[in-house]
Design a protein around this ligand. Structure first.
Ligand code: MF3
Ligand code: CO
Ligand code: CO
Length: 256
């Protein structure tokens, strides 16, 4: 539980969040064509870092609580916080979540997608499609007066109906000039429970959906979170704002 108070952003702050969000979305678009069999996760990291600096931004993950790289690259059974590595070469049939968070003018745009490497099996593709739909359904719950529990409930109902499980140990989070702040946004839960959503709240929704158990193990590097049963995990993330009449996705490229 985060105990800080939930902030309501001003129009000026929302403008900054929009700029950071646009850049984050464009960075994922820029990296997408590089995701091919044979590329290393370090090459993806290094291109992300170069592009981020070239656009006048900084990579929030680099040095965050000691995280050593600029993006997270989470392959197959890695749930999140995978560390880019020169020895990790993508191969046909893999899936990889790339999670980016550029800081623009002090504000954070946090977004991730799971990409298919080459041509994974239909079963793997289904996990990825269901996970993206989980994010869509979570976002669709967001409007003033709704409760935080409505988001998790919508995600959990759909994921479990499709035969998958929802990770408990990592949740969405408030975000602004601070990377991770109140409120927590669980991707499981009960409709009608939790804090009420109000215009100007900004947070991420970032469901991690597993093929098998939802249980997590963190490797000895203290970062890489994997599924306990080593079955696959997928994730999609957007940073969103609650508006007067619903929701705005901040991590979208202009014109998308
Ligand atoms: N971007 C991740 C999130 O969605 C956080 C990464 S923290 C890091 O919240 F230190 F691993 F980079
Ligand atoms: Co993220
Ligand atoms: Co996040």
């Amino acid at each position: 539980m985060r105990t800080e108070t939930i902030v309501i952003l001003s129009q000026r702050e929302l403008d900054k969040m929009r700029k950071a969000g646009h850049l984050a979305a464009k960075l994922l678009q820029h990296l997408e064509p590089l995701v091919k069999p044979g590329v290393s996760t370090l090459e993806l990291n290094d291109e992300a870092e170069r592009w981020t600096l070239a656009h006048g931004a900084k990579s929030a993950p680099l040095g965050y609580k000691g995280f050593p790289k600029s993006i997270c690259t989470s392959v197959n059974e890695v749930i999140c916080h995978g560390i880019p590595n020169a020895k990790q070469i993508l191969k046909d049939g893999d899936i990889i979540n790339i999670d980016v968070t550029p800081i623009v003018d002090g504000y954070h745009g946090d977004t991730s997608k799971t990409f298919l490497v080459g041509n994974p099996s239909p079963k793997v593709k289904k996990l990825v499609e269901v996970t993206e739909e989980c994010l869509r359904r979570g976002i669709a719950e967001v409007k003033p007066g709704a409760k935080i529990g409505d988001i998790g409930a919508a995600i959990q109902e759909y994921a479990e109906a499709e035969g998958f499980s929802v990770v408990r140990d990592f949740v969405g989070h408030g975000i602004s000039n601070i990377f991770h702040t109140a409120p927590d946004i669980p991707h499981y839960g009960t409709r009608g429970k939790g804090k009420r959503l109000r215009p100007g709240m900004v947070f991420t929704i970032e469901p991690m959906i597993n093929e098998g158990t939802w249980e997590v193990e963190v490797l000895s590097d203290k970062w890489t979170a994997v599924t306990r049963d080593r079955k696959l995990s997928a994730q999609f993330e957007h940073t969103i704002a609650v508006t007067e009449d619903g929701v705005e996705i901040l991590t979208q490229a202009e014109g998308d």
